[in-house]
Write a protein that binds this ligand. Sequence first.
Ligand SMILES: Cc1cc2nc3c(=O)[nH]c(=O)nc-3n(C[C@H](O)[C@H](O)[C@H](O)COP(=O)(O)OP(=O)(O)OC[C@H]3O[C@@H](n4cnc5c(N)ncnc54)[C@H](O)[C@@H]3O)c2cc1C
Length: 421
Amino acid sequence: MRLTEANAGSDASHLESWAQRQPDGSYVLNGEKRWIGNGSKDVLCTFAGSDQGHIALILERGMEGFEAAERYDTLGLQGNDLRRLRFRDVRIPKDNVLGEPGDGFKIAMHTLNSGRISLATGAVGGAKRLIAMAIEHTSERKQFGRPLADFELVEDKIGWMVSYLYGLEAMTYLTTGLVDAGVRDYAVESAMVKVAGSEYLWYSTNRVFQLLGGAAYMADSPIAKILRDTRILPIFEGANDVLRAFIALSGLKTVADEVPDLRRLNLTDPIRTIGTVAEYVVGRITRTVRPHKLDPVHPTLHAPAGAVADQTARLRATTEKLLRIHGREVEQRQRQQKRIAHAATDIYAQIATLSRTTALFEDQGVEASGQERYIATSFCERAAKRVDNQLDRVDDNDDKRLHFIARLAYNRAGYTPGRSS
Ligand SMILES: Cc1cc2nc3c(=O)[nH]c(=O)nc-3n(C[C@H](O)[C@H](O)[C@H](O)COP(=O)(O)OP(=O)(O)OC[C@H]3O[C@@H](n4cnc5c(N)ncnc54)[C@H](O)[C@@H]3O)c2cc1C
């Protein structure tokens, strides 16, 4: 993806690079991109504004005026050849336009969807390695006369990592399964797995770092490299807070469109990037989180499946309530959006987990898959509690106080409460 510019980061629709259409149908491209992965490749695709809307253009090394400039020195991901790209009157033949002029933003977003899924599946692989490292170390290292692994707070960390990983892996299977099945629009699902995967990997890295003790802090330790490499994941391919808003607004829009007296809200054009993307995702949250999806669940999993159906109904009712209270203003209510996004993601994760475990039972039998049932049930129970907690906080929260505290801090330009004498 060759998208980011100095003034177009999370707000990727705000591109300043410009492709000027010429009488012969070619384009002349001017502008600059920064932080472009593998930017010195022979052929790459970039995005710019044009009088026909956003446009995707194929660039070839050697084109006059096109320069893959300096390589950035980064905290981690040293294998990524991260570059600045400069375009000075680069003439691009019309055959090098990817798709139709005006489709550039759609193409960019579609590419990001795949990137988000890859990031999440990568997080699954990375977490497996982290768990193995933690078990190896805590089994061998003894303190207070016992292996570290025997302490309850060590078990807690490993148990949490394994249990959440089962749910995350199930989400990635379900999402890649949607793609394999030919579903064209998987923007919401890929956003959900990206946020869940990147945050889980970061928190797992932090836990394993803790378990490895002081050795982890040595600059050449493998976990130090993992820490440096993983920190970018919640930032690139869509910053997680922006994706949370996107997930929530997609669901809110679906409900607004379905409920007759909410249609007048017309959330078709919410906020630039998020709004543009939301057009792709109408109907997706309902399709993926509707209870009827759970019908074929294995009989031994009826209890957690019933709980998911209840959570889905509650999520929908809460969504509708938020729309009635805030109207179009809901687009600005990010604290509430975050709760909706977390609840929706945890519901999706439970559906994925139950569907994965059902498939396993059908394949290997319930007895042989006892361990998986145990892990799946505990994942679902924990996720259900998180959903309840998020939806409880829609009404019962201290949002106003945090708003005022933050504004006060802005006014004082930092933390400067008065001192008592
Ligand atoms: C190692 C690396 C590799 C990269 N590779 C590529 C690449 O190959 N191609 C490419 O095009 N780009 C690439 N990028 C750029 C990357 O996609 C951007 O850094 C990312 O999109 C975020 O943009 P930004 O850094 O300008 O942050 P900003 O947009 O300034 O956002 C900073 C923070 O502000 C907050 N924020 C922003 N908007 C909102 C909002 N609406 N609501 C609430 N909070 C918000 C979020 O916490 C966000 O993390 C790469 C970056 C790095 C560091």
